[in-house]
Write a protein that binds this ligand. Structure first.
Ligand code: SAM
Length: 304
């Protein structure tokens, strides 16, 4: 290989695994080596190829972020202890209670890595999927772009397992282009998020700093007759919501105030309850031997 080609190649190389490159001359380029390193395998020849054609790279990254991996497994992975997939179970129920609503536009607010958005896209022509976390949204976008994802789940300690799934295997790929994933704040939604036949807020309200303000504001985003679907295990934590803003789980003059009653009080002037609240269980896997088993309550409200 000519030295000028070597230099061009060296300039493009960031990491050379398993050995070191032969010297290209003292300070001839920033990456040049001063001498052979005898303890490394020496690469003395490379075949350097240039092409006019676009390089098609095979998708080969995998997600190592623990929280993202946990949610990927929760939304798209195995089911544990025979508890059905939570986002799918929620949207299956939502679809079963649709009556005169149009199925043009849905909003999935607090969508995380997006399984409920894909399930909604089976029925709705357009789905806006919004989450506050850029990590979640970045991942949801990558999944939509590549159609598949690889991620690590913990077994125990530092031992992990590599998992992979395809949207196509879950029959979710066909309508992926109908979903618009965007980072946004449920408590400060942009004006464009409006005119919905359905808003789904899955396990979101007890993560908001002002859930009552969200419930009041979201009303104007729905078309008349549109559905607001809430799920939550009502695990209020001051870390997310100041106690003065909790919708329930509190004592008022010695009386228990349950969250369902708090929600009903806020929504009842503009919404009718569509069905009795239902329990939707879910399991989030932490390690091979540790899981969170939670029971969310789903309520469905129709805008008058
Ligand atoms: C408990 S997770 C539920 C995720 C998903 N809906 C589900 O049911 O699996 C709560 C989600 O709400 C998101 N979130 C929290 N605060 C938010 C806000 N102000 N606006 C939008 N999303 C928010 C979090 O990033 C997270 O993805």
């Amino acid at each position: 290989m000519m030295i000028s080609q070597c230099q061009r190649l060296m300039a493009g190389i960031i990491l050379l695994r398993g050995g070191s490159w032969v010297s290209t001359g003292n300070e001839s380029i920033a990456d040049s080596r001063y001498a052979f390193r005898r303890h490394f395998y020496q690469h003395a020849g490379f075949r350097y190829i240039e092409s006019e054609s676009e390089v098609k790279q095979e998708f080969n990254i995998y997600e190592t972020d623990d929280l993202i991996s946990q949610y990927l497994e929760f939304h798209y992975g195995a089911s544990y202890f025979d508890v059905p997939n939570f986002p799918k179970a929620c949207i299956d129920h939502v679809v079963s209670v649709l009556d005169t609503q149009k199925t043009e536009r849905a909003l999935d607010i607090g969508c995380a890595v997006g399984r409920s958005s894909y399930e909604l896209a089976r029925t709705f022509d357009h789905v806006d999927a919004v989450d506050f976390s850029t990590r979640f949204i970045r991942n949801a976008l990558q999944l939509r772009e590549h159609g598949k994802v690889r991620y690590m789940i913990p077994i125990e300690g530092e031992i992990t397992d590599l998992k992979e799934f395809n949207l196509a295997d879950l029959e979710l790929g066909d309508r992926a282009h109908n979903i618009d994933f965007t980072q946004g704040d449920a408590s400060n939604l942009r004006d464009k998020y409006t005119d919905y036949d359905l808003v789904f807020a899955g396990n979101l309200i007890d993560r908001l700093y002002d859930p009552a303000a969200f419930l009041i504001n979201i009303q104007s985003r729905l078309r008349a007759g549109g559905l607001l679907v809430l799920t939550s295990p009502y695990t209020w934590l001051e870390e997310y919501t100041d106690k003065s803003k909790w919708l329930g789980g509190i004592k008022d003059n010695g009386e228990n105030v349950m969250t369902y009653d708090g929600i009903k009080q806020i929504l009842s002037s503009s919404f009718d309850g569509v069905c009795e609240p239902i329990d939707v269980p879910f399991v989030i896997r932490e390690t091979a031997r540790k899981h969170q088993h939670t029971i969310a309550q789903m309520t469905v409200w129709k805008k008058c």
